[in-house]
Design a protein around this ligand. Structure first.
Ligand code: UD1
Ligand code: MG
Length: 455
């Protein structure tokens, strides 16, 4: 294929989003609206697209960094004006794809098909169109006697006869680069909005006697634009369904794909089962055979093979194989849970390592520390990691036994095989294989309660 670049138009204001965030940075299924477009364009052309940005340029640059090249349109004077802002990127040869940045469902294959058509037929311009029942608001495709496209007329500039045309411009074009430069130079804001319309480039090219062809865009989903948050929610739903279908086809079981929320970046291996109400975000990996029962949120984390997770929140953490997490566990950033572990109900872990085979079954806080292999932590244990000024570490060795309702006041170490009696508040290190009882002795006063009642 000829050398091709893509220009993504994203300088429109997006007022209908009613937001302080630029429209194109609103997220759908884990990626910004325009990121979907940028990724599709990068895949189709094999190089970083040019993003035309306007107001809020800093926020957009912050988001995309070096993944795209930038052109800044200082004032929103129309789609043609936006492309002019990117004219320094227009080469003397090759093709340029122009696509609006608010169509997150556009697929790279469609863009490739557009360029291939232009290339094979040696066209100067080629655009995506669709035939619709109600064309209100769209630019109409006007064809000449030979069937070629002569121009595009915007709805508000159209005559009654032109308004009857049901073939619409989808705002996705492929131009021969050199001709686009020439056509842009000819643009005039002669329309009801006083804008420089990119669509007028089609008329310029056609008027030169060069043929302009169309490619039809099959699925209406693909060209749906997002202008408000109703459309954002619709687009996100369709994107999620697309993501979920890919996982289903590659061997993941989902009990109800419509209520399973998986971002584009997530990797799921074969034979994983995902129940409803599970949200998987960011750089998350779910390994083979894991079962995610209802109601979990897992972000930037790895869940090992055959591990089960239920009603839990796991953030920036990793869990090994054959472990069980939850129900109602909270793994905060920096939690490393090994294989064959149990982290049970109402257990919170933060910046801590729980080694293979260790069990922390109920109502416990493990913050800043380590639990050795096969150690058992009873119910209601607290790693007292904060003295009001600084955080300190608690290190528990392997094969140890921490009784119920124990406070381990950090910094403190419990040796391998040691036992801590229930209810202890441990302030000094405990040697290996020792028993530590750190609580006051029990005192019983016989008949005390009966006497009190009789008073
Ligand atoms: C545009 C097309 C119309 C087509 C419709 C499909 C023109 C003149 N018309 O109309 O034929 O049917 O899309 O949705 O292009 N933009 C900028 N800077 C600007 C103005 C726009 O970057 O100054 C960007 C927008 O962010 C958007 C794209 O250009 O991504 C299209 O602009 P928009 O205002 O949405 O044009 P429409 O009126 O929808
Ligand atoms: Mg639009």
């Amino acid at each position: 294929m000829n050398h091709t670049i893509a220009i993504v138009l994203a300088a429109g204001e997006g007022k209908r989003m009613k937001s302080n965030t630029p429209k194109i940075l609103h997220k759908a299924a884990g990626k910004a609206l325009s990121e979907w477009v940028v990724d599709a364009a990068a895949e189709a052309t094999g190089q970083p697209p040019v993003l035309v940005i306007g107001k809020n340029a800093d926020m957009v640059k912050n988001y995309f960094g070096e993944r795209v090249r930038y052109a800044v349109q200082s004032e929103p004077l129309g789609s043609g004006h936006a492309v002019m802002a990117a004219s320094e990127f227009l080469a003397e040869d090759g093709y340029v794809i122009v696509v609006a940045g608010d169509m997150p469902l556009i697929q790279s294959q469609t863009l490739i098909r557009l360029v291939q058509t232009a290339d094979e037929q040696e066209l100067s311009a080629c655009l995506l169109t669709a035939i619709v029942e109600d064309a209100t608001g769209y630019g109409r495709i006007i064809r000449g006697e030979d069937g070629g496209v002569t121009c595009i007329v915007e709805h508000r500039d159209a005559t009654e006869e032109q308004k009857n045309v049901r073939e619409i411009n989808l705002s996705i074009y492929c131009f021969a680069s050199a001709l686009l430069r020439e056509a842009l130079a000819s643009l005039q804001p002669n329309n009801t909005q006083g804008e420089y319309y990119l669509t007028d480039c089609i008329e310029y090219i056609s008027a030169k006697g060069l043929r302009v062809e169309t490619v039809s865009c099959g699925s209406p989903d693909e060209w749906m634009g997002v202008n408000d948050r109703v459309q954002l929610a619709d687009a996100a739903k369709k994107l999620r369904r697309r993501i979920n279908n890919q996982h289903l086809l590659s061997g993941v079981t989902m009990i109800d794909p419509d209520s399973t929320y998986i971002e584009a970046s997530v990797i799921i291996e074969q034979d994983v089962t995902v129940y409803p109400g599970v949200t998987l975000e960011g750089d998350t990996v779910i390994e083979q055979g894991a079962v995610l029962y209802p109601g979990s949120r897992i972000t930037n984390s790895t869940i090992g093979a055959d591990t089960t997770v239920q009603n839990s929140v796991i953030i920036d953490s990793c869990v090994g194989q054959h472990s069980t997490i939850g129900p109602y566990a909270y793994l905060r950033p920096g939690s490393h849970v090994g294989s064959g572990c149990r982290v049970g109900d109402f257990v919170e872990v933060k910046n801590a390592t729980i080694k293979d085979g260790a069990k922390v079954s109920h109502l416990t806080y493990i913050g800043d520390g380590e639990i050795g292999e096969k150690t058992n932590v009873g119910c209601g244990v607290v790693f007292v990691n904060y003295d009001g000024k600084k955080k300190s570490q608690t290190i528990v060795g392997k094969n140890a036994f921490i009784g119920c309702n124990v406070n381990l006041i950090a910094p403190v170490t419990v040796g391998d095989g040691a036992y801590i009696a229930a209810g202890s508040t441990v302030t000094k290190d405990v040697e290996e294989d020792a028993l530590c009882v750190a609580r006051s002795r029990q005192k019983v006063i016989e008949g005390w309660a009966k006497r009190r009642r009789e008073e």
